[in-house]
Design a protein around this ligand. Structure first.
Ligand SMILES: *Cc1c(COP(=O)(O)O)cnc(C)c1O
Length: 411
């Protein structure tokens, strides 16, 4: 009934694409042999490193998140190697399944669907591994199915404390450029991410960052599949570096524009924007939760992502609310991926190109949906969210200026 107009995708990826990115991609097929496309591609490497907080190497693949899962594993995990999966939702489990399909021995510690990794349990598991069998730890910065944020720096602390040599591999696909992440400072050996979430570019290209230790492990591998090998992509001749085949031409232009937007705003400003918007969303949820079935999945604020939020209603109500928001208002909410019963859950993506009016728009839509469907809920959610934004922005909001932290990192 009220859906005609600009529709809105409030799901945790793909995220909202900025008009600037779309315009940058709207061009005829470029020359792939030489010239501008090569300059654009070359310019992406330092900025991608800066976004991940690393001075080490990055390889670009034509792949989605699942592709870079396999790419990262293929460089360091051979058949029979053991990996330890720290499961805080569907996504890290999925990375473990990918490792299993490549012949790895997969050990999993399951922290449930609403809690972050418990460092004490990881410490115990590493201590018990006296033979040093565990070659890599697979973890996620944010699990997109649950909205759980993990303490990656803390994990490095545990590895160092125990003196365990395992590679620390981190999936940042959900929230690179949304939740703070510092690959080098936090001691991560391998990071994976893809274009379509915080990086605001259509799905289709993905990235693997790896440090010297990870590359030494790569060097000891008997064989690495030709397509996934990160070495020629990170430092080979142009042909290999630029895609081992046809380049993803338009994605490169789109990503160039998205990285320019990130540089203009500055990473620390971007993290602060996501934090403020998340606080407004949490305030609305706190109000709704005062009455009726609605609850946020992750109770502990310190364990919540600033990019994706998972919510629970009664069975069937999550699906009903999603359908109402889309059909009546033109807003698409995320499905209850990997949860039981899936029909009770829904998720909100608030990653990348998202600002205050977008957040107030989807919160207002959900509020209307709860009313229309007769789902009991506490009142005052929008009042609470707008109060948070008003307070954080202040009476004379200043335009966030880039502090050039993206440049500082890798010069
Ligand atoms: C989205 C996502 C993936 C999967 O990415 P695809 O591009 O859908 O393959 C993996 N891990 C996390 C944490 C994600 O958010």
């Amino acid at each position: 009934m009220f859906a005609n107009g600009l529709t809105y995708l409030a799901i945790p990826g793909p995220s909202v694409m900025p008009d600037r990115v779309l315009r940058a991609m709207h061009r005829p097929a470029p020359n792939i042999y030489t010239g501008e496309l090569h300059d654009v591609t070359r310019s992406l490497f330092p900025d991608l490193k800066a976004v991940a907080g690393t001075k080490h190497d990055v390889a670009i693949y034509i792949a989605n998140g699942h592709g870079v899962w396999e790419a990262a594993l293929s460089n360091v995990i051979a058949e029979g190697d053991t990996v330890l999966v720290l499961a805080t939702g569907r996504f890290c489990v999925g990375w473990g399944e990918m490792a299993d399909s490549l012949g790895a021995q997969v050990e999993t510690i399951d922290f449930g669907d609403s809690d972050a990794v418990d460092l004490a349990q990881v410490e115990a598991a590493l201590k018990a591994d006296t033979g040093g069998k565990i070659k890599a730890i697979l973890t996620v910065l944010v699990d997109t199915s649950t909205g759980v944020l993990n303490d990656i720096k803390g994990l490095r602390g545990v590895l160092d404390k125990v003196g365990h040599d395992a590679l620390l591999m981190c999936d940042c696909i959900a929230s690179l450029g949304c939740d703070e992440f510092q690959m080098d400072e936090w001691g991560v050996d391998i990071t994976v991410a893809a274009s379509q979430k915080g990086l605001m570019t259509p799905p289709g290209i993905g990235f693997v960052w790896f440090n010297d230790k990870a590359d030494r492990v790569r060097g000891d591998m008997k064989r690495v599949s030709r397509y996934w090998d990160w070495r020629p992509r990170a430092s080979g001749e142009e042909y290999w570096q630029f895609f081992d085949g046809t380049a993803p031409t338009h994605h490169l232009y789109g990503l160039r524009e998205a990285l320019d937007m990130i540089k203009e705003e500055g990473l620390s400003n971007i993290w602060a924007r996501h934090e403020g918007l998340a606080k407004a969303i949490w305030a609305a949820i706190d109000a709704w939760s005062l009455d009726g079935p609605l609850a946020i999945n992750v109770a502990d604020v310190a364990q919540r992502s600033r990019a994706v939020t998972s919510l629970r209603l009664d069975e069937g109500q999550g699906d009903a609310l999603r359908a109402w928001c889309e059909d009546a208002m033109g807003v698409t909410l995320g499905i209850g991926l990997g949860r039981t019963p899936a029909s009770a859950f829904f998720r909100l993506g608030h990653m990348g190109h998202v600002n205050g009016h977008m957040v107030l728009g989807f919160l207002g839509t959900i509020d209307a949906g709860l009313k229309a469907l007769g789902i009991a809920h506490g009142k005052g959610a929008l009042e609470a969210a707008s109060a948070v934004l008003a307070d954080l922005a202040g009476a004379q909001p200043r335009i966030a200026r880039a502090d050039n932290s993206i440049d500082k990192c890798c010069g």
